[in-house]
Design a protein around this ligand. Structure first.
Ligand code: SF4
Length: 386
């Protein structure tokens, strides 16, 4: 498959707010589809139940919000408004269920609204532990996963089979392998994997069946390695804060155009929330629980002792030879905005440059941000620090 064809397919999927590809999958397989909001749900349970997990990350700047605004006060983030708008306009009708993972009050409230708005659909608020002791958080989370898996199997009419779960774990392990390779290639040779393409490929993981997405990423990797692209005199940065509401596509492109090559990020984080392969032997729910407790990505919505805040970010800066960090926080996003000062303090202590801005998924004024990140890149190039 040619590079341009892959990128065009990802662009089509990104802009497909009507979820045409999901409807086609359902028609082809006769299966159900289950939506989920960021950051992380164990998609293996959905897949093993015979359903298609579908990640919903708002509507970017592709949809005018008319009714969604009526459900929320003005001083919260944008993603729940566009999600409500997508739901009320019928664009999510093909989803037979919806999972709302516990990351903040907004998502919690949205799960309640969804139950009221769509009483005929399966809706589950997925509580995840903030205690990482196997005997406490582990036991709790296993109960949650077992109940979720039973529910999903009841929805699809499939038996709740450990063997099916193990096969799904293997399929997602393969996907984690491909995504890790994608991140590795971009970090090693950023000019081969433009940010815009990288982002679109990650977004495609929201709607494609996992083996199809793995094949697409592998095809992209092969094509990107073949392509003779010019080296760019950009600084190497890590982008953080975009784990839930996503910046508009134009903003993602603008960051690179301003002289910043993103060598790591936290967008579409659910697709690589578990940092290592999940054990495909033994009890599959235990394996998912252990991976969540032991190998989950440190992020704003995951409890971590104050002293350790920033350790992971600094380690990634060093390992990836990043020259700076960009904090991109959705406006009014409590988790991102509460975490940023702690991370910035840790970076400051290590004299690692950073800059910060806020956005919303339909931000139109990209020029100001582009100038800010451009000045950040220039200052690092000229003086080695912002
Ligand atoms: S953008 Fe932030 S505040 Fe809004 S739903 Fe996501 S995590 Fe919650």
């Amino acid at each position: 498959m040619e590079l341009n064809d892959i990128v065009r397919r990802c662009e089509d999927l990104y802009h497909d707010l009507d979820l045409t590809s999901v409807k086609e999958w359902k028609r082809r397989t006769g299966g159900k589809a289950v939506g989920f909001l960021p950051i992380y749900v164990p998609r293996e349970t959905v897949h093993a139940a015979g359903a298609l997990p579908v990640g919903i990350m708002g509507a970017g700047d592709d949809l005018e919000i008319i009714r969604g605004d009526a459900f929320y006060q003005s001083y919260i983030c944008h993603i729940p408004r566009s999600t409500v708008e997508l739901g009320l306009s019928g664009r999510l009708d093909c989803l037979d269920g919806f999972l709302f993972p516990a990351i903040c009050d907004v998502i919690r409230n949205l799960s309640g609204m969804w139950k009221i708005l769509f009483p005929d659909k399966y809706v589950r608020y997925l509580d995840v532990p903030q205690n990482f002791d196997e005997r406490l958080g582990g036991v709790f989370y296993r109960q949650e996963l077992a109940a979720l898996f039973q529910d999903l199997c009841a929805l699809t009419g499939r038996p709740a089979s450990d063997e099916a779960l193990r096969r799904s774990i293997e399929a997602y392990n393969e996907n984690r392998r491909a995504i890790a390779e994608l991140y590795r290639l971009r970090a090693e040779e950023p000019h081969r994997v433009p940010t815009y393409e990288h982002y679109l490929l990650m977004r495609a993981s929201n709607v494609l069946e996992v083996t199809e997405h793995t094949a697409l990423v592998d095809a992209y990797l092969a094509a990107a390695r073949r392509e003779n692209r010019p080296w760019r005199d950009n600084i190497r940065v890590i982008l953080t804060g975009v784990f839930c509401e996503q910046p508009p596509l134009g903003l993602i492109r603008a960051l690179e155009q301003s002289g910043c090559s993103i060598v790591d990020d936290d967008w579409v984080l659910g697709a690589r929330y578990l940092r290592e392969p999940v054990a495909a032997e033994g009890d599959p729910l235990d394996a998912l629980v252990t991976s969540y407790l032991r190998r989950g990505t440190p992020t704003a919505t995951r409890y971590i002792d104050e002293d350790a805040k920033g350790e992971d970010l600094i380690r990634r800066v060093r390992t990836l030879r990043a020259e700076g960090v960009i904090f991109a926080s959705p406006s009014f996003c409590d988790p991102a905005l509460l975490e940023a000062p702690m991370l910035q303090r840790a970076l400051g202590a290590e004299k690692i440059p950073y800059t910060a801005f806020k956005f919303s998924e339909n931000s139109g004024q990209l020029q100001v941000i582009k100038e800010q990140t451009g000045a950040f890149a220039d200052s690092i190039k000229l003086w080695g620090a912002a």
